[in-house]
Ligand binder design. Sequence first.
Ligand code: AFD
Ligand code: MN
Ligand code: MN
Length: 432
Amino acid sequence: MADRLPISAEFLAEQNAALEAHLRADFEHLGAQLERRGAAIDRLVDRVRGLRVAIPTWGVGTGGTRFARFPIPGEPRSIFEKLEDCAVVQQLGRATPTVSPHLPWDRVDDVDALRRHAAALGLGFDAVNSNTFQDQQGQGHSYKYGSLTHVDPAVRAQAVAHNLDCIAVGERLGSKALTVWIADGSNFPGQQHFARALDRYVDAMREIYAKLPDGWRLFLEHKLYEPALYSTVVADWGTSYVCAERLGPRAQCLVDLGHHAPTVNVEQIVARLIQFGKLGGFHFNDSKYGDDDLDTGAVDPFRIFLVFNELVDAEAREVDGFDPAYMLDQSHNVTDPIESLIESAAAVQRAFVQALLVDRDALGAAQEANDPLGAAQLLREAARTDVEPVLRMSRLGAGGAIDPLAAYRASGYRARTAETRTAEPTGRPGIV
Ligand code: AFD
Ligand code: MN
Ligand code: MN
């Protein structure tokens, strides 16, 4: 149990008291509407309460672009302060009880102290992320020309060792998965032999896979381009799938929503990975042009609804081994990251609840009867339902804030951290 929550319980109770009567009226009204559609609102509250979305530690720092980063006063300077900000998101929103660390950005001397610090804040740890896309001080070999796929075996060995170190730290933190995203690729036609580079990746990943502790999974995160601008070794879900298949059952594909070609049908990719038993998890975000890392649901909320439509469908069909891990992966360049994370976690919950409202029997019947509009209408009907009272009631019941954004703004938390967190951050996570 958390013993040092960042926002006072009395303040939160006051905030909720001002909103509770209206919430109860809205909830009752929506409950009656949903009952007519055959859905029990209390069941939806239970379901949304069971949904867990991890926060990336790098998400609570101000992000940036290739051009600039504009830090805000009071932003966290260390992993300990990052956890405090994550705890605010969780305390108010109650959807994000775990944090996903990135090494070596989050490296500390005393890993057990970090775990205790998190636990005291009511937080646990999710998948560990390795970093072989930057050179670190004192490192023997450079990743300028690649890491796990580098032509030099010594560089590959260094990258493998780093991933094994991530697993070792993750074990002590209570993580159960390692996520590997590599920046390896090329900038010039002819620079890299496509097949050999991929063979080297699989061989290196085999060494990591072989050392996975019991109960751990290995997530392979593909990305179309950037920082490599001509070719990327693990560029798409097909490559990711083949590699995961070659590695073994505990290797699965991770879908970052922004890591695909424009116009690609991401929900269909999700369906395919489910069908092939290889969907490991998600990095949620939104985008207009590329890997924009905008807030989830900020641009196209229907897209995330359609992704959840596939997830809920898989769950309803009781697909064997279906257990995706959810995380936000966003870059908060112009907002207070806590506000973005609160709203983004809610966007994930909203898409989930709306997807639960799809009448799956009727959808199947429309599909079998070749009724395109009827099928589309069933999705639209679910997607346009305002399920906010479900989300709010779920938060209230779990000890959070009915309106977490308003509560956060009223709390003065950021003004307080601006007073206490005065020194420059020690490590720069880079532009994420
Ligand atoms: C990258 C990937 C990956 C990685 C992160 C680091 O999305 O998740 O860990 O950004 O900033 O684009
Ligand atoms: Mn990602
Ligand atoms: Mn990305």
